[in-house]
Design a protein around this ligand. Sequence first.
Ligand code: NZQ
Ligand code: ZN
Length: 386
Amino acid sequence: MNNFEFYNPVKIIFGKDQLVKLADNIPENKKILMIYGGGSILKNGVYDAIKEVLNSYTVLEFNGIEPNPRYETAMKAVELIKSEKIDFLLAVGGGSVIDATKFIAAAALFNEGDPWDILDKRNPVNMALPFGVVLTLPATGSEMNSGSVMTREATHEKFAFSSPLTFPVFSFLLPDAAATLPKRQVANGVVDAFMHTMEQYMTFPANAPLQDRFAESILQTLIEEGPKAYANPADYEAMSNLMWSATMALNGLIGCGVPQDWAVHMMGHELTASFGIDHARTLAIIAPSHYKFNFESKKEKLAQYGVRVWGIATGTLDEKAHAAIEKTEAFFHSLGIDTKLSQYTDNYKGTAQNISKRFNDRGWVGLGENRNLKPSDVEKIVEMSY
Ligand code: NZQ
Ligand code: ZN
């Protein structure tokens, strides 16, 4: 096992009828900006519940955060925060609203030039406003991590940042609020959580059996409970298990002391930036090709995953590893998720070359757990995903 540091200060408040505790978690004198998306919270009762419980506070609102949140929109919230002297943010919704709130929290107090530099140049965040989260969509794990992914509409760039200062102070996880999710978003959530686990697990053996078993238990739970939540988002038990699995998949725990990949996410972000494809779907497009292209370096873990997660009992190590990739792709299909780029856009030709050029220009020349995937390899993987 490698050396590691693990720090996660996020307080989790999980379950039904928990929002009554919201005020207990925000200091009395705070002026709050409630940040949300396109209005799903107005339909599922979450907006009303929050307004009621926070009726003794001054609460301003900023809505219209898009899925794949835009830097341009976030900067409008920053202006409002400055003019109204807001000192606490409350993100209400899915990963996009939470990610935007993290960026807004940092950008509002950023004094060292253009806040875009936090994303583009990875300039460090030295201060951020405190914020809490009310989660209505299981998927990203953003509710219990410090990462954020923002898109600049003008340039079709999608970049991530993280900082120890952008952990939520608390996160309410509301499986019952997720009952109103369209099935498509539930499928996205299952696949995103699945791939977060895989990015920290599908590498090479590192003698970290506890982390392996954490990861395998999350994958197995997603395989068992994900389809139930997909079939019926109002199945509270299934949605609860999906939501907690998604949180655990990316709160830092399973990645402690093990090699991590993340190349699937990096390629996937380019597909969202170019074509607007849902984040999880981009992962489902890239992952099977990525595992086939990197078969030799990943086959031991692929076979272990095949045996332990999918119960593949027979065959050589190579056969088990290949079968594991097939099982993974079939699982995505069972959730109504296509795994080829050409099923999402007719304009896919040239995508592989464009992504490889972008990675080259940015100096992203060594991706994956071995830091040896070159832009020319990325080009081949994306081409295999057409
Ligand atoms: O905007 P509203 O009206 O709220 O509607 C949203 C949105 O249209 C809707 N929704 C949310 N909760 C609902 C609901 N609809 C009905 N009932 C509910 N209870 O769902 C739509 C999608 O929401 P979004 O927040 O975009 O989805 P998700 O949580 O999948 O977040 C995706 C974003 O997170 C980033 C992705 O790149 C993408 O931008 N990621 C963030 C990560 C992180 N911070 O750690 C890691 C991930 O790998 C990922 O990159
Ligand atoms: Zn993801």
